[in-house]
Design a protein around this ligand. Structure first.
Ligand SMILES: [Zn+2]
Length: 85
Protein backbone atom coordinates (compact mmCIF):
# COMPACT_ATOMS: atom_id res chain seq x y z
CA UNK A 1 0.00 0.00 0.00
CA UNK A 2 1.26 3.34 -0.93
CA UNK A 3 0.80 6.44 1.07
CA UNK A 4 -0.12 9.57 -0.70
CA UNK A 5 2.65 11.56 -2.03
CA UNK A 6 4.07 13.77 0.55
CA UNK A 7 6.42 15.99 -1.09
CA UNK A 8 7.09 19.05 0.84
CA UNK A 9 7.15 22.02 -1.31
CA UNK A 10 9.83 24.41 -0.54
CA UNK A 11 8.63 27.89 -1.00
CA UNK A 12 11.61 29.96 -1.60
CA UNK A 13 11.13 33.60 -1.37
CA UNK A 14 13.70 35.71 -2.97
CA UNK A 15 14.57 38.51 -0.66
CA UNK A 16 13.75 41.60 -2.55
CA UNK A 17 16.26 44.31 -2.47
CA UNK A 18 14.50 47.20 -0.98
CA UNK A 19 15.64 50.60 -0.02
CA UNK A 20 15.82 50.54 3.74
CA UNK A 21 13.32 52.58 5.67
CA UNK A 22 15.87 53.89 8.08
CA UNK A 23 18.95 55.91 7.41
CA UNK A 24 22.08 56.76 9.35
CA UNK A 25 21.75 59.79 11.57
CA UNK A 26 24.43 62.45 11.13
CA UNK A 27 23.90 63.70 14.65
CA UNK A 28 24.13 60.55 16.74
CA UNK A 29 25.46 58.00 14.27
CA UNK A 30 22.66 55.49 14.73
CA UNK A 31 20.72 54.13 11.82
CA UNK A 32 17.46 55.45 13.16
CA UNK A 33 16.37 58.17 10.76
CA UNK A 34 12.81 57.73 9.60
CA UNK A 35 11.42 59.61 6.68
CA UNK A 36 7.76 60.20 6.07
CA UNK A 37 6.56 61.64 2.85
CA UNK A 38 3.39 63.63 2.68
CA UNK A 39 3.07 64.21 -1.00
CA UNK A 40 -0.36 65.76 -0.67
CA UNK A 41 1.05 68.48 1.51
CA UNK A 42 4.36 68.65 -0.35
CA UNK A 43 6.31 68.12 2.82
CA UNK A 44 8.30 65.38 4.40
CA UNK A 45 9.42 64.84 7.92
CA UNK A 46 12.74 63.47 9.00
CA UNK A 47 13.12 62.18 12.50
CA UNK A 48 15.75 60.25 14.34
CA UNK A 49 14.35 57.65 16.68
CA UNK A 50 17.55 57.67 18.65
CA UNK A 51 18.54 61.27 19.39
CA UNK A 52 15.26 62.91 18.43
CA UNK A 53 16.55 65.31 15.81
CA UNK A 54 13.72 66.46 13.58
CA UNK A 55 13.41 68.34 10.37
CA UNK A 56 10.61 69.19 8.01
CA UNK A 57 11.55 69.30 4.37
CA UNK A 58 9.30 71.36 2.15
CA UNK A 59 10.83 70.47 -1.17
CA UNK A 60 8.60 67.59 -2.09
CA UNK A 61 7.25 66.92 -5.53
CA UNK A 62 5.51 63.85 -6.92
CA UNK A 63 8.83 62.36 -7.93
CA UNK A 64 10.56 62.86 -4.63
CA UNK A 65 11.77 59.71 -2.99
CA UNK A 66 12.68 59.29 0.66
CA UNK A 67 16.33 59.06 -0.30
CA UNK A 68 16.08 62.54 -1.84
CA UNK A 69 14.63 63.83 1.39
CA UNK A 70 17.47 62.22 3.24
CA UNK A 71 19.96 63.98 0.99
CA UNK A 72 18.31 67.33 1.60
CA UNK A 73 18.26 66.64 5.30
CA UNK A 74 21.97 65.86 5.34
CA UNK A 75 22.74 69.01 3.35
CA UNK A 76 20.76 71.18 5.71
CA UNK A 77 22.17 69.49 8.75
CA UNK A 78 25.71 70.33 7.77
CA UNK A 79 24.73 73.78 6.55
CA UNK A 80 23.33 74.58 9.96
CA UNK A 81 26.44 73.27 11.60
CA UNK A 82 28.78 75.38 9.55
CA UNK A 83 26.77 78.56 10.05
CA UNK A 84 26.81 77.99 13.78
CA UNK A 85 30.55 78.27 13.96
ZN1 LIG B 1 20.14 60.68 15.78
Amino acid sequence: MRMGRRRRQKVRRRPQKRIPDVYPCPACGNTAIKIELYRDNSIATVKCGSCGIEMTIDEVNPLTEPVDIYGTFIDRFYEERTTEN
